[in-house]
Design a binder for this molecule. Structure first.
Ligand SMILES: *Cc1c(COP(=O)(O)O)cnc(C)c1O
Length: 410
């Protein structure tokens, strides 16, 4: 592919794309011409702008305190059930919305560790997202536990295969392991961990697993129930387009709900919040994993994206995601021959973003942003292209790759 043929190719791919028209459902992007960071902050749907405005005018403005009946208080679990059905392979009653990913990691990791006091180790991967590592390190220090690091080299371009990953996990997980914390899709490389196989391996060792789904939810199919996952968390502002700071979700498998106890005992996770009584008693089911007042305004926008994914089907979303990342890799091979691909070439093993490394990338980022080309930068020298299938066109990917190539030779 050359600079000239890339333009024809992107036009051909957009014309043949069965999901192309969904892009019009998002609000215009102002001066941005190629938004390639949908995995850090998804674009707003026009429907969400209306929903938030109407909610403020009619619900908040009109119902005032009377709104705090089940129609508001029930939202964490209602939206959780929808999300579970549409994107997580989770039967009802196992997913709740609320808190940030970081806080939910803390709550579920603490709950899991408290449930197996005889085991002394928490296992986490070296290149996992910083907040996951920091929370694990903090809890381990608090509780006198040992952190065991999985060294997969996921941060390097040559990180190997799913089998290598499984071997690396197996080498560390054992009879002292209480909990394993892993990302399903790696935030930098985009590598998809073999979640079902690893979950089974962790269970063989008698440990629990917590999957961080931040970079898969809404774009890579997930089957929490079928994979026998114990615990999961994920955020809603990436591929669920919930908006800046929209709350995260927690999944607690039904079989664990009666046993696990989360550490932030707040009134809205108690069995009888409005009796204002003495002593905390956890509510049954997933409700017991809530803590304080749910962030209702922050939960509104994700409903529109969950509904849209339901309408389109996650399978179709995944198919376009693979087409977009494949096109991005082909463009990089052709136009950026000196960049190193830090993402699996096999589409079955990558999520919806790719990372390219080049020592010149840090210097060109401000110039790209000034041109309305918005990728992400990941230290030390990676450009990350996050391709959100319902809002990203092939033309945007081509404009992005072209601009990166042009700025590199300037
Ligand atoms: C984005 C992301 C987070 C974000 O955590 P917040 O508490 O929402 O800031 C956590 N973990 C992973 C793997 C992520 O990609």
């Amino acid at each position: 592919m050359t600079f000239e043929s890339a333009r024809f190719e992107s036009a051909r791919l957009d014309a043949a794309d069965p999901l192309a028209s969904y892009r019009d459902r998002f609000l215009p992007m102002g001066d941005v011409v190629a938004y390639l960071d949908g995995n850090s902050l998804g674009r707003p749907l026009a429907a969400s702008a209306n929903r938030v405005r109407d909610f403020i005018a009619e619900q908040w403005g009109g119902r005032l305190i009377r709104g705090w009946d089940e129609s508001w208080l029930g939202l964490p679990l209602t939206i959780g059930d929808d999300l579970g059905r549409v994107a997580l392979g989770a039967a009802p009653g196992q997913v709740a919305i609320g808190d940030s990913t970081t806080v939910l990691l803390y709550k579920l990791i603490r709950a899991a560790l408290d449930a197996c006091p005889d085991r002394t180790e928490i296992v986490i991967e070296r290149d996992n997202f910083p907040t996951d590592r920091y929370v694990v390190e903090g809890i381990a220090a608090d509780r006198g536990l040992t952190v065991r690091w999985i060294e997969t080299g996921l941060g390097n371009p040559e990180f190997g295969t799913a089998a290598d990953f499984e071997r690396a996990v197996s080498a560390v997980v054992g009879s002292s392991t209480a909990l394993v914390v892993l990302s399903h899709v790696a935030y930098r490389s985009g590598f998809i961990a073999p979640a079902a196989e690893i979950t089974a391996r962790v269970h063989e060792a008698g440990a629990l697993i917590l999957w961080d789904l931040c970079h898969s939810t809404g774009v890579v199919p997930v089957e929490l129930d079928a994979w026998n996952v114990d615990l999961a968390v994920g955020c809603s502002y990436k591929y669920l387009n919930g908006g800046p700071g929209s709350p995260a979700f927690a999944y607690v498998a039904s079989e664990h709900q009666a046993v696990l106890r989360q550490p932030i005992q707040g009134w809205l996770g108690s069995a009888t919040p409005f009796e204002m009584g003495q002593g905390y008693q956890a509510a049954g089911g997933i409700r017991g994993f809530l803590s304080g007042t749910p962030p209702i305004l922050g939960m509104l926008a994700m409903r529109d994206m969950i509904a849209l994914i339901d309408e389109v089907g996650l399978g179709a979303v995944r198919a376009k995601s693979i087409a977009l990342t494949s096109f991005a890799i082909a463009l990089s091979d052709a136009l950026l021959p000196d960049a190193v691909l830090a993402t699996p070439r096999d589409p079955a093993h990558r999520g919806s973003h790719i990372t390219l490394d080049h020592p010149g990338f840090a210097a060109i980022m401000p110039r790209l942003w000034a041109r309305g080309i918005v990728p992400d930068f990941r230290r030390p020298d990676g450009i990350r292209l996050g391709l959100s299938p319902l809002s990203t066109s092939f033309a945007e990917v081509e404009l992005g790759a072209r601009a990166i190539a042009e700025e590199l030779v300037r």
